[in-house]
Ligand binder design. Structure first.
Ligand code: SOE
Length: 387
């Protein structure tokens, strides 16, 4: 590790993703030989007491209550945006203009319009820019990509992907930012649907056209900030989708079926896909993330069937950096693996992906599905994102 070449990180946000990112930065040097030292310089949040506690707990050297001050600090090289979606564009653009590398949580932005601006400024800046689509970096998903890209499955015909959880199933669960169009942009569609859109683009290829449906089952929820001191608990309208399903055609002729729902009781973090090619199929389930299920048409007659590959061998990307085979990895390691590519990109001057170009194409698919719901017809990506 070249300690003279430090990368000094500033992060905005300290809740769920702030914790996941902080954990990844701290574990990264433990498992990977980094080309440069990492310094967790500062974390920013509006609530001084909470962000001070988070800095102490998660090992950040200082804290700020004004994100703009953090972005302007001379002792910050990389800005990590771990905030709700409505401020991604403003923060990423300010950080890029301040000469910082940027990693931003998904979905990239609130609209294609914002995402186009973010991508353009990132390209002008020459700085490394990434979107936190961490599930690409599960060893089993990386190995699936190797199998597909090598032609082992032949021409890809189908992908069917779901991302299901039960986080909003309880109608009495109070309103939160992920249920607000003004803050989140979309409901399940953007929050978890963005992940399966990204995985489909990573593994199958670019979308050509989509047609979808959306539903909001619970139209209003208790306002957690009211009902105190004897007030009647207020209710807040839910103006985003609780579930979205859509069909897709890809540029390469494959077809896709996608579903994102936060009302799928019994699913805790059910990010799953099956990809069918002419010569074989693969299945993957985040809740059992080390296993890749593979079916090959050229297996011996009588022996054809899905086999389970435990993707913890050194041949499986990133797995060899951790433990001996069979000592399984988890959710947090997908973030560590992505951060490894981020740091290498910054030190070596490469352009790791998924970058803002991926974020923009993912945003275009999100918006095309929403537009198809509005107009009741198939929408071509080219209608949303002229090439
Ligand atoms: C909430 O649904 C959430 O935290 C998403 O925002 C994350 O991107 C996903 O990885 C887990 O679930």
């Amino acid at each position: 590790m070249n300690a003279s070449k430090r990368i000094r990180v500033g992060m905005i946000g300290y809740k769920f993703m702030g914790k996941a990112h902080s954990n990844a930065y701290r574990q990264l040097p433990f498992f990977f030989d980094l080309p440069s030292a990492l310094e967790l310089k500062a974390i920013a949040g509006r609530n001084e007491e909470e962000v001070k506690t988070a800095a102490e707990k998660m090992g950040w050297l200082s804290y700020e209550t004004d994100w703009q001050r953090l972005i302007q600090r001379e002792d910050i090289d990389l800005v990590d945006i771990a905030t709700p979606n409505h401020v991604h564009a403003e923060m990423a653009i300010a950080a890029l203009k301040a000469g910082k590398h940027v990693i931003c949580e998904k979905p990239m932005a609130m609209s294609v319009k914002e995402a186009v601006q973010m991508k353009a400024i990132a390209e002008q800046s020459g700085k490394v820019n990434m979107i936190m689509h961490n599930y690409r970096f599960a060893p089993a998903v990386q190995y699936a990509k190797k199998l597909i890209d090598s032609g082992r499955l032949g021409k890809i015909r189908h992908i069917r992907a779901v991302y299901l959880n039960e986080s909003m199933l309880d109608p009495n669960r109070p309103f939160r930012w992920r249920l607000s169009k003004a803050i989140a942009g979309y409901g399940a569609h953007g929050d978890i649907g963005s992940h399966i859109i990204d995985l489909a683009r990573f593994l199958v290829g670019e979308f050509r056209e989509v047609t979808g449906m959306m539903e909001t089952f619970v139209k209003e929820r208790p306002d957690a900030s009211s009902g105190r001191a004897g007030q009647a608990a207020g209710m807040i309208e839910v103006d985003v989708d609780d579930t979205t399903a859509f069909l897709a055609r890809f540029e390469n002729g494959a077809v896709g079926v996608f579903e994102a729902s936060r009302f799928a009781g019994g699913n805790k973090n059910g990010n799953r896909f099956e990809i069918n090619g002419e010569k074989g199929s693969i299945r993957w389930d985040l809740e059992n993330m080390n296993h890749l299920h593979l079916y090959l048409t050229d297996d011996e007659e009588g022996m054809k069937g899905f086999r389970t590959i435990n993707c913890t061998e050194p041949v499986h990307p990133y797995a060899g950096h951790y433990w001996p085979p069979g000592h399984i990895l988890g959710y947090e390691h997908t973030f560590i693996n992505l951060m490894y590519e981020l740091i290498n990109g910054i030190v070596n001057g490469t352009k790791p992906q998924p970058d803002f170009g991926d974020g923009l194409r993912n945003q275009a698919v999100l918006e095309a599905v929403s537009k198809s719901v509005e107009l009741g017809r198939w929408i071509k990506i080219s209608e949303i994102l002229p090439s």
